[in-house]
Design a protein around this ligand. Structure first.
Ligand SMILES: Nc1ncnc2c1ncn2[C@@H]1O[C@H](COP(=O)(O)OP(=O)(O)OP(=O)(O)O)[C@@H](O)[C@H]1O
Ligand SMILES: [Mg+2]
Length: 312
């Protein structure tokens, strides 16, 4: 995807999400802004607890925004919305979850699990039509239609994640939030699931928000990548630009942690540890801002850092 002729599907503007009560609030997502273009895969990368799932859940309106807003196709979807709009969004934005062992209802048959969103919205017409839709959704993810009458425990991790994908697909979504969809899977089947997601995107014109905690996973699937650290996005760029010209020290530390196939290089490698105190000097007096360092390449930096990053 080129940055030209882009159409914005989702806008996240200065999003803040807090947990806790009146006495003590924890800011899980702090002033986060990004756009997702129609048809692209937008990668969101950061370590455990950095706020990735919280952002996904804010987009599907489970986590309320303490401030900022979320806009879908030009319409504000955070805060109060109409029932009709709610119904429409429930269908159009779907989420695939991290752990296929935990996210499927063990007592329900695949037929019911895949149909759950349809039952909620009552938008499937006849029972015969619903069955057809389930059959097609299972075929789309490479499963046999007869699996509909089985229970989740009869399936492997990879197959279970395919069921999770079918459950999202059956809604004919536009935007799919894939929240670490392969991190709980065996390494040997991760590529299959990634390839399936890529093929489905092409076939159905889907837009993805793809969440992961390491850069090597998102590199091959993402058009652009945002790096998040402790609730704040620190850098955002097209994938190849981020890899070729990382600016923020946290991005650099994530890049240095990616293993190389050469054992000799690996053995002598020094993994950079990101220690904010070591890298950022005068944030008290000169706080960082979210700035566009070069076209389409954003970084969280103060003036002095920006100059430094740009001169390299
Ligand atoms: N419902 C909640 N109540 C209180 N704190 C929460 C809640 N949900 C998330 N948090 C906290 O918000 C922070 C961000 O959590 P989040 O689940 O978004 O991280 P993540 O980046 O998805 O991590 P992981 O890679 O482990 O899934 C964490 O410190 C977490 O403990
Ligand atoms: Mg998460």
């Amino acid at each position: 995807m080129t940055l030209n002729n882009k159409e914005t599907l989702l806008e996240v503007k200065n999003l803040r999400v807090e947990f806790g009560n009146k006495n003590k609030n924890f800011v899980a997502v702090n002033d986060v802004s990004f756009d997702i273009y129609k048809g692209e895969t937008f990668g969101l990368v950061g370590e455990s607890g950095s706020g990735k799932t919280t952002i996904g859940r804010a987009i599907i309106r489970i986590n309320p925004a303490a401030s900022g807003e979320i806009i879908y196709k030009g319409q504000k979807i955070s805060g109060k919305i109409s029932r009709d709009q709610d119904k429409e969004l429930t269908r159009k934005i779907q989420m695939i979850f991290q752990d296929p062992m935990a996210s499927l209802n063990e007592r329900a048959k695949v037929d019911y699990i895949v149909s759950e969103g349809l039952y909620n919205l009552k938008n499937y017409g006849t029972e015969e039509n619903r069955k057809k839709m389930v059959e097609q959704a299972l075929l789309d993810v490479g499963l046999l239609p007869e699996f509909a009458s089985r229970f989740p425990h009869e399936f492997s991790g990879g197959q279970r994640q395919r069921i999770g994908i079918a459950r999202a697909l059956i809604m004919e979504p536009e935007l799919v939030i894939a929240d670490e969809p392969i991190s709980a899977l065996d390494v040997s089947i991760r590529a299959q699931v990634i390839n399936l997601l890529a093929a489905l995107q092409k076939k159905k014109g889907l837009t993805y928000l793809f969440v992961a905690h390491d850069l090597s996973v998102v590199r091959f699937i993402s058009d652009r990548i945002a790096v998040i650290h402790k609730g704040k996005i620190v850098e955002l760029a097209e994938t190849e630009i981020l890899f070729a010209n990382p600016m923020h020290p946290y991005t650099k530390s994530l890049l240095s942690a990616i293993p190389t196939p050469n054992p000799r290089v690996e053995r002598n490698k020094k993994i950079e540890v990101y220690d904010p105190g070591k890298y950022h000097y005068d944030y008290d007096k000169n706080p960082p801002e979210w700035v566009e360092a070069e076209p389409g390449h954003f970084v969280l930096a103060n003036e002095r850092e920006l100059k430094e990053y740009k001169s390299k």
